[in-house]
Ligand binder design. Structure first.
Ligand SMILES: Cc1cc2nc3c(=O)[nH]c(=O)nc-3n(C[C@H](O)[C@H](O)[C@H](O)COP(=O)(O)OP(=O)(O)OC[C@H]3O[C@@H](n4cnc5c(N)ncnc54)[C@H](O)[C@@H]3O)c2cc1C
Length: 366
């Protein structure tokens, strides 16, 4: 293995937003030893490191990354029957949706609702990827990481990963550090149910599957993909909404009293006629999850709202999209406009879902 380090590499083409500046140094790592070597190379030069997967959950500042970017391109999947489950261990660089497709083809339940999500396996534990009633924390058994400080490889059991809604201890640690590579995920092991029934707890999915007498994993995957396509949540050539990070904002998790306050404001604004019309779901610990997309639209920001080269997706109010020829600064200006509108109407601060690289939050300034 010889590590090739390139200089001044444009990052925008490596992200789904197609935005962001250059990496001062860049390495592509096709095996775990190359990841370790790249980290040593950066440490020897006191350079900050950014780990890049598929670039589908990252907003990179126009000035880029003044350090080393390591793009993870490791491959390999292994299925092992073990008692009543089958474990799947996938390398961090495996394309996520290919992995999901294979589990469905092998009739292994547990990941079917997570079909169509872009990116690579190694990023899925970082924000505990979730959709349509499943999240990876439901099936992750362990995460193999390279610990930056000690240079040790550790197999962390799921309960040591601090998973929450679009959150994990990895994400929290990254957010606190200028250097974003404290833990590099090398592989993820999932415990899947052979011959298991699909998870149909998400109402929109359950309704779309209502006519199936005995719904299969394959039908569930097909239905999820169809639902996602309607919202431009699958990246498709020619789709004007294709350059995005998916949902730009997280759904707010608030106390019951705060949720009641938001509903009362919505009634007072004439956005709804009764508080019960506001979508809300129970969250752990008696908290309430609100719909960020609903709040955005009720705050007067319409789907398709445009500011030059950036705008709100025409298919989903929660997705901010780049139409080409724009900048991260313009996207952040739009994000502020959306966030300010929601705050002014409902007193709620929306938090961004993607990782912000070189961008200060809450000011969203570079
Ligand atoms: C159209 C679209 C739809 C989407 N739908 C969903 C959805 O339904 N649900 C959902 O949860 N997300 C969704 N996303 C967001 C995104 O696809 C996921 O978060 C995905 O897991 C990111 O993977 P990635 O490889 O592209 O990560 P990147 O964007 O490359 O990285 C994201 C973060 O993870 C870190 N990281 C990446 N790989 C590693 C590693 N090996 N070790 C340590 N850190 C690492 C990065 O440093 C960064 O902080 C969507 C995005 C798009 C564009």
């Amino acid at each position: 293995m010889t590590l090739a380090i390139r200089d001044d590499v444009p990052l925008a083409p490596l992200t789904t937003l197609e935005l962001g500046g250059h990496a001062r140094h860049f390495a592509e790592a096709t095996d775990d030893a190359a990841i370790a070597e790249a980290l040593r190379w950066a440490d020897a030069r006191h350079l900050p490191v950014l780990i890049l997967g598929g670039g589908s959950n990252m907003v990179i500042a126009d000035r880029g990354w003044d350090g080393l970017v390591i793009r993870v391109a490791t491959r390999g999947r292994r299925f092992d029957p073990e008692g009543g489950v089958v474990t799947l261990t996938a390398a961090a660089g495996e394309p996520w949706d290919d992995v999901v497709a294979e589990t469905v083809a092998r009739e292994l339940a547990g990941l079917e609702c997570l079909s169509g999500i872009p990116g690579l396996v190694g990023a899925t534990p970082i924000q505990n990827v979730g959709a349509y009633g499943q999240e990876v924390a439901d099936t992750i058994r362990s995460v193999k990481v390279l610990e930056r400080g000690s240079a040790r490889v550790v197999e962390l059991p799921a309960d040591a990963c601090g998973f929450g809604y679009r959150d994990s201890s990895f994400k929290r640690a990254q957010a606190q550090a200028d250097d974003r590579a404290r833990h590099v995920v090398l592989a993820v092991t999932f415990a899947l149910r052979p011959g298991g029934a699909p998870t149909l707890r998400y109402r929109e999915l359950a309704e779309a599957m209502a006519s199936a007498a005995r719904p299969t994993l394959a039908e569930t995957r097909a239905t999820v993909l169809a639902l996602r396509r309607k919202k431009s949540m699958v990246i498709a050539d020619g789709d004007p909404n294709r350059r995005s990070v998916g949902s730009f904002f997280m759904n707010p998790i608030v106390s019951a009293a705060q949720a009641d306050d938001v509903a009362a404001r919505a009634v007072a604004l004439g956005a709804i006629t009764a508080a019960a019309e506001m979508p809300r779901w129970p969250a752990p610990g008696g908290a309430v999850k609100l719909s960020a997309g609903w709040l955005i639209e009720r705050a007067g920001i319409r789907k398709g709202h445009r500011r030059g080269a950036v705008g709100v997706s025409t298919a989903h109010a929660l997705a901010l999209v780049h139409h080409g020829g724009g900048s991260t600064a313009a996207l952040l200006e739009l994000a502020r406009e959306v966030g300010d509108a929601v705050h002014a109407r409902f007193g709620m601060t929306l938090l961004p879902e993607p990782t912000m690289i070189g961008i200060g939050w809450p000011s969203l300034r570079t």
